[in-house]
Write a protein that binds this ligand. Structure first.
Ligand SMILES: C[S@@+](CC[C@H](N)C(=O)[O-])C[C@H]1O[C@@H](n2cnc3c(N)ncnc32)[C@H](O)[C@@H]1O
Length: 210
């Protein structure tokens, strides 16, 4: 194992997780869902805490690993979470209830984010997580940035596409979409982006004040 791989593995194993998050992670894998990594989850918890987030949105609930992590240290926050698969959303609801998250803090919406996001309030969210189908990433990002308040962040896990984004030979649609997004946010004066190797790559984009 190389030094870089050893460092990455150490960083992934370092965070501790609550029992409900561990259980949701297990269920995700059983259902064939790829949850955010432990390091990514720890970043999400930290972002929400440092921002004292009150409104959080996520695209791609899965069964709740990222959602529980976002709410973990943000006791005032409400979570609007969008999931296209009814079965996953049912499991996620049970996960949140089992973890003791009050119903008043949750808005779980079943549907395609492309139809739901345009109905959300603009500039209303402290954090927007995009963790859905990578092929629709650019569309999701446009809506996500619109609903993020100035000073808020859009967070995109999977930004290294399992090594494909950095591999010039990889030309599939999802990889191209991620490369396009990375190029767009790098060039925009209205955005401060950072790309970390946490998990499968974690892109964090701050929407700067207008
Ligand atoms: C990588 S998984 C999300 C994992 C979750 N964020 C977690 O950490 O536990 C991606 C999820 O996005 C959902 N999804 C895919 N396309 C979607 C869309 N257009 N709108 C809403 N959800 C979508 C999938 O059903 C799947 O549950």
């Amino acid at each position: 194992m190389s030094k870089i791989e050893r460092n990455w593995q150490f960083a992934e194993q370092y965070p501790t997780e609550t029992e409900p998050i561990v259980a949701a992670r297990r269920l995700s894998l059983e259902l064939g869902i790829e949850p955010v990594s432990r390091s990514t989850a720890a970043h999400l918890s930290g972002y929400a805490a440092v921002m004292r987030a009150s409104a959080i949105c996520e695209i791609g609930t899965g069964v709740g690993v990222s959602g529980l992590s976002l709410l973990r240290h943000a006791p005032q926050a409400t979570l609007t979470s969008i999931e296209i698969e009814p079965e996953f959303l049912r499991e996620a609801r049970a996960t949140f209830v089992g973890a003791g998250v009050a119903a008043s803090r949750l808005r779980l919406i079943e549907g395609d984010a492309r139809h739901v996001m345009p109905r959300l309030n603009l500039a209303a969210y402290d954090i927007v997580l995009i963790d859905a189908n990578p092929e629709q990433l650019l569309e999701h990002f446009e809506y996500a940035l619109g609903v993020t308040r100035p000073g808020g962040v859009v967070v995109v896990p999977g930004a290294l596409g399992h090594g494909r984004v950095a591999d010039p030979a990889a030309r599939d649609e999802a990889t191209q979409a991620m490369r396009d997004l990375l190029a767009i946010v790098a060039e925009s004066p209205a955005i401060s982006p950072a790309l970390s190797p946490a998990g499968d790559g974690l892109l964090t984009v701050v929407r700067l004040d207008a």
